[in-house]
Design a protein around this ligand. Structure first.
Ligand code: SF4
Length: 379
């Protein structure tokens, strides 16, 4: 039996929860370990989601905390907040993710060969967290392309064209094989001054290969991996090679609802009134309640829907030292009545504009910065 570890991280977000359920139901023989990196500062809904998943799986979701905070007995965020002398994390200095999510995960995995499943959806155009450790390989079951970008770069590299074409020869024949070989042998136009164009060119080539036959592509990649040091290199087979599912946002909500695990309450839209107008707000992400990635309207949501948590977030700020969750504006300033009114009116205006241009879903609009945030925290 293989010693490969199969890992799914539960972030508290809808996509990772749905991924865990999807793998559990579709691949019951896959020995998946579920884990949760608790920052100690999640909303209650997140802890409830973890409990619901444990009931659904009938097994424990392992809670991961790095050694130092564990030994101190403090909760992880407060331990590091004190170590960093009140210096709050930010998008430029994201010590929170590094210390509370990535470090405990890499400590837990150690040197074991591992596959980490990531819940990036088929309707998203971003890469998830890819470990720098050679013994951890990421797989993306919700996308047509289940492989990480580093694997694809190697597979489509000019050096490997012949080998990949040979692997395909054992999967396909006739006209299909001719089409695939033609695509593989086409050069990728690499212009060192225009890396974006080269990336687009590679992506287009990948899409054409996947559109011909996803399973044959997966098998060719899997065969190629056998000549590398990737964790899957030593496996005789891999259950997800036959997977050609593509799951999008609606599928995620369906999985959560149909399983009975449920959608965390913070995703549910709530109405608010301002100056005779009605608007709606929700929280678009999981993660710490004070996360600096959240939008102004989400801070107002926290202030009004979870006032105790908002007050706790305020306690970490020190305006004199310049330590605030938002640049140039403390939470006390953000919640002055005139500022709340302005944020709500701006939000109503923006939703109205983007509903016609982009999407009818509030979560899509709140999520427009989805790719900017932290994939270890929000998936
Ligand atoms: S949710 Fe936000 S604050 Fe919490 S660890 Fe992730 S990035 Fe940092």
């Amino acid at each position: 039996m293989s010693n490969l570890k199969h890992l799914v991280g539960i972030s508290g977000g809808k996509d990772s929860a749905a991924l865990a359920i999807y793998l559990h139901d579709k691949y019951p023989d896959l020995p998946v370990t579920y884990y949760f990196c608790d920052t100690g500062k999640e909303l209650d809904e997140t802890y409830q989601l973890v409990k619901n998943l444990e009931i659904y799986f009938g097994k424990e979701i392992i809670e991961l905390t790095a050694k130092e905070p564990k030994q101190s007995g403090k909760n992880p965020f407060d331990f590091y907040y004190e170590s960093f002398r009140g210096y709050l994390p930010s998008s430029q200095a994201r010590w929170c993710t590094a210390m509370m999510k990535l470090l405990p995960f890499e400590e837990f995995v150690g040197d074991d060969l591992s596959v980490s499943y990531v819940g990036i959806r088929g309707d998203e155009d971003r890469e998830g967290y890819i470990s720098k450790q050679d013994n951890i390989q990421s797989i993306f079951p919700f996308r047509k392309n289940i492989w990480s970008v580093d694997v694809i770069n190697k597979v489509l590299d000019i050096k490997n064209r012949r080998a990949i074409a040979d692997f395909y020869s054992s999967q396909l024949n006739g006209n299909l094989l001719d089409r695939v070989i033609n695509i593989i042998l086409e050069p990728i136009h690499f212009d060192s001054l225009n890396k974006e164009a080269a990336k687009r060119n590679q992506k287009e080539k990948l899409d054409r290969l996947l559109n011909i036959d996803v399973i044959a592509f997966n098998k060719a990649v899997f065969n190629y991996l056998k000549e590398t040091n990737y964790p899957l290199a030593n496996e005789i087979d891999f259950a997800l090679l036959e997977n050609d599912d593509v799951l999008v946002r609606d599928d995620i909500f369906r999985i959560l609802e149909e399983s009975g695990v449920g959608v965390p309450d913070y995703y549910q839209k709530k109405e608010f009134k301002v100056n005779g107008l009605t608007g709606e707000y929700a929280r678009s992400r999981s993660g710490c309640y004070f996360c600096f990635f959240q939008q102004k309207i989400e801070w107002i949501w926290l202030h009004e829907q979870h006032p105790d948590r908002f007050k706790e977030a305020m306690k970490y700020e020190n305006k004199k030292e310049g330590f605030t969750w938002n640049q140039n504006e403390s939470l006390a300033e953000l919640t002055k009545p005139s500022r709340i009114e302005q944020i709500k009116l701006d939000h109503i205006k923006r939703v109205g504009k983007e509903k016609s241009a982009q999407s009818e879903y509030l979560l899509d609009i709140l999520d427009e910065n989805e790719g900017v945030g932290c994939s270890a925290c929000f998936i």
